[in-house]
Design a protein. Structure first.
Length: 249
């Protein structure tokens, strides 16, 4: 294998001089550089969770105490964060590359094939963690504090980012299977049952009937419990370990 570089399409990717990691960083870098050119994909991902956070806090904060929620801002912040990070991916860009033939040219180049997908997912992780920051700042402005301190904030960001990364598997699978941008864009619909059949508005002990049963099997329930523990309770392993398990699942 020579040390020459191969330039295919825009943002050429270096040939495998240093193997997998060099290729992964090249793919991730190309994906991140393309993000500022597509603000229409990012603005809704930021505006929607902030909108719901503000509306829910404004409309429900006064009655939340009846459900045993002392700090509704802290209770709702993880919900807004999960909305911000879920469904964000470069899968639509992958579809564009597939349709243009660029992806096929990459497959016959010296680029490590695993890095083609994992590089995009690495860019997604950076992106979703960045999207968390404005929502977190709004939470701080509204008075939310972390019982776990600055380290807890980092753990909160990482856990949220890993959840967002785990969910990107759905749009990427759809992209590779169909090559259809409409199908990829509609993949966020898969998240809606997870988002609302859980502890979005009420703590788990306040849920009743079939909703309580569904929430018990919903991974988002355990993710939200872990994120809320980092804010309100501290390093509670009984909440954090199931949250990590939900992400891994």
């Amino acid at each position: 294998m020579t040390g020459a570089s191969i330039n295919v399409g825009d943002g050429g990717i270096g040939a495998r001089q240093a193997g997998f990691w060099r290729d992964l960083l090249s793919v991730a870098g190309r994906a991140l550089r393309a993000i500022p050119r597509e603000p229409e994909a990012l603005v809704p991902a930021l505006i929607i969770p902030i909108f719901f956070f503000v509306v829910n806090v404004g409309a429900l904060a006064d009655i939340s105490s009846f459900a045993g929620v002392a700090d509704f801002e802290a209770f709702q912040l993880p919900v807004a964060i999960v909305f911000a990070v879920t469904g964000i991916s470069r899968a639509s860009a992958l579809v564009t590359d597939i349709q243009s033939g660029y992806f096929d040219r990459l497959l016959v180049s010296p680029v490590n094939r695993y890095s083609l997908l994992l590089g995009l997912m690495a860019a997604d992780l950076v992106l979703v963690m960045a999207l968390c920051v404005p929502v977190l700042v709004l939470g701080f402005i509204l008075g939310v504090g972390f019982a776990t301190g600055p380290l807890g904030v980092l753990a909160f960001l990482l856990l949220s980012g890993l959840w967002g990364l785990a969910f990107t598997g759905f749009p990427y699978a759809i992209a590779l299977r169909t090559g259809n941008p409409a199908a990829v864009n509609s993949s966020f619909i898969l998240f809606f049952p997870f988002a609302f059949l859980t502890t979005t508005f009420l703590p788990q002990e306040a849920l009743t009937g079939w909703l309580a049963t569904v929430a018990d099997y919903n991974p988002v329930t355990y993710l939200l419990a872990g994120l809320r523990a980092l804010i309100s309770s501290g390093w509670v392993l009984a909440d954090l370990l199931p949250a990590i398990g939900a992400v891994a699942l």
